[in-house]
Design a protein around this ligand. Sequence first.
Ligand code: SF4
Length: 108
Amino acid sequence: MSDVMRRRLFLIQAVRIPLIAPFAALVPGAAGCTSGLDCTDTSALTGSELTERTAVNYVEVAADPAKRCENCSLYKRADSNKCGACTLIKGPINPAGTCTRWAMTTPP
Ligand code: SF4
């Protein structure tokens, strides 16, 4: 991916999050789906890591409660009240979030 494309993706994400976040509470059921965590600090990520995060359309609040990160087989839990992690993408992951690569947890 070219540097121009990376910059475009970064700018799109930088603009999209502040525009969408204030309206998240207006989505029916969203308040009950949020974890109360803010896992949006991506300042420690490299450009390519940020691009990967954007490419899978990671969001802080899943529209489908059945496909939340906390139900994904790629999610790594953290201590309570802390953002988790993901084996696929870098950066803090909200347990209430999701992405297009959500994977069903394999039954024991
Ligand atoms: Fe969340 Fe996607 Fe990572 Fe699964 S793959 S934990 S849905 S970010």
